[in-house]
Design a protein around this ligand. Sequence first.
Ligand SMILES: [Mg+2]
Length: 325
Amino acid sequence: MSPLCFSMESDFIAWLRDRLPPHPQLRLGPGDDAAILRLSDRAECVVTVDLLTDGVDFDLAAIDVLRAGRKALAVNLSDLAAMAAKPVAAVIALALPRQGGQQLAVELYEGLIPLAERYTTAIAGGDTNSWDGPLVISVTAIGEVTARGPLLRSGANPGDRIIVTGNFGGSILGKHFDFDPRVEEALLLNERYALHAGIDCSDGLSLDLSRIAAESGCGAAIDLARLPVSASAHKLAAAKVARRSAADSASRSDALQSALGDGEDFELILAVPRDDAQRMISEQPLAPLPLTDIGQFVAEPGLWQTTADGRRQPLPIRGYEHEFD
Ligand SMILES: [Mg+2]
């Protein structure tokens, strides 16, 4: 066990046990070798993990560690939402910088705990080390599948409509930290409608949509005119236009590109059979959060845009992928 900025790890765990709210499904939380969670007999369990590093996923020189802590849990809850799973618990691993690590750990948890409480997610345990590098946060979240079953990426059929929650683009202006994971929304939609496939938009609408299509062995065609472009995407585009004093039309195109490729919108992208999609769009069960039909899955693999005259053209896939060699 590595030395800690709390003089002992046990001190930190004692603080944590005192700080963490109780949870009805947590039989045994931090302090033992493993957590014990109560699951009903036939319940399925979903587990997801994300790693966030200072200097890569956030920059502590520019943002508060509370927001980084909140985000580390929120991205995992968003992945549970993408599976239409109900959050149950999360475990949190930290690599703390030796200098100032104790304060960072406390503030990080203070950012994360309110979100955990809001989504009734037990913080069931974790591991806390220190090192000479930057802050690294790893969150593992565990979710329970409902009677309607999990939502996979692989179930889209040609002819299914592409339905998205919310608006896209420009998340860098704030939403990438302060977004609400679409957990209740995913559960509600999975309960009321037939959903064939789903993903949360973390790396860019065009990239994440192409992932559903690829997993489902089909393609996807977006009607760009229907894309719900966020106010932030328009704001970014307007700033760009002002900088290069170009024509207004460039602003619409920049905003669209932003919506297609910026990522970290953490909205849901769903494949929905036509009848259910129609019902969903007319009922708007998530209002005031909009549900928008942006196109359809097609037999031809790849990503396409549907032009105003109904023709199909290839659409370049834009988005964020970690690179390494
Ligand atoms: Mg995801």
